[in-house]
Design a protein around this ligand. Structure first.
Ligand code: PLP
Length: 234
């Protein structure tokens, strides 16, 4: 099984290059493997992203890809409703496992989800999220560029809720920065758990989605600057 996030990967925000899409499907087919496409960020697109690539599952006529998505991030942490799309024998197997494991999604949640996505305001909600995410991403990238130019931003994502930053070589150590940030009341995620092997450099993931607004982002970056200076003894 290959688990992949072709669109706005967490944590980098990267999107799979068009040429790699058929390559992945061909390798999976040749190996008799399944591809689990975690499409969790499709509805976290920013409003300056341009047209999105279709899910990998759209190019898969024979049931190699299992497509997974969810309403949770774009609505509420308590709306735990997701969707799984598969075809062929894998669908039958997954259906059987799901009946055993979870029986069904609670009926009130199903009704709430249906009412939400069927309501005339659903499109407006998605558009508002896309605009707000772009504002917050821009606020964070701008604040970092001004206050913390030492942290490199290799890719400005057009979707998702975080930025992935590389720490300067020979400078502050990643876990020390995460701890110093926490002492300054800023929660950032260390990069190391995202690597299977030894990371090429220290990284941190900064989330901008769950904040009250641009002012909180600016304040968070100021505190991160202080934490960073403390580590460097500056
Ligand atoms: C890559 C990835 N897939 C899936 C999820 C779960 O998404 P949800 O909260 O919509 O269930 C997350 C949550 O952070 C994620 O980062």
């Amino acid at each position: 099984v290959l688990v992949t996030q072709p669109l706005f990967q967490n944590p980098t925000g990267a999107t799979l290059a068009p040429a790699r899409r058929p390559e992945i499907l061909a390798i999976a087919r040749a190996a008799g493997a399944f591809v689990v496409e975690d499409d969790f960020a499709r509805r976290l697109v920013h409003d300056d992203a341009g047209p999105l690539p279709a899910p990998l599952a759209a190019d898969d006529p024979d049931g190699t890809v299992v497509h997974v998505c969810s309403l949770t991030k774009v609505t509420s942490p308590s709306l735990r409703v997701g969707a799984l799309a598969a075809r062929g024998p894998v669908l039958e197997r997954l259906r059987a496992i799901q009946v055993v494991d979870s029986f069904f999604v609670p009926r009130p949640l199903q009704e709430a989800a249906l009412e939400l996505v069927g309501s005339p305001s659903w499109g407006r909600h998605l558009a508002a999220v896309a605009t707000e995410l772009r504002h917050r991403r821009t606020a964070l990238a701008t604040a970092l560029g001004g206050e913390l130019p030492e942290l490199a931003l290799p890719h400005l994502p057009a979707g998702g809720g975080s930025l992935w930053l590389r720490l300067p070589g020979g400078g502050a150590d990643e876990s020390a920065l995460v701890s110093a940030a926490l002492r300054a009341s800023v929660a950032i995620a260390p990069g190391r758990p995202y690597f299977c092997a030894e990371p090429p450099a220290g990284h941190v993931r900064l989330s901008f989605a769950a904040v009250s607004g641009a002012a909180e982002i600016a304040e968070g970056v100021r505190r991160l600057r202080t934490a960073f200076d403390g580590l460097l003894g500056g």
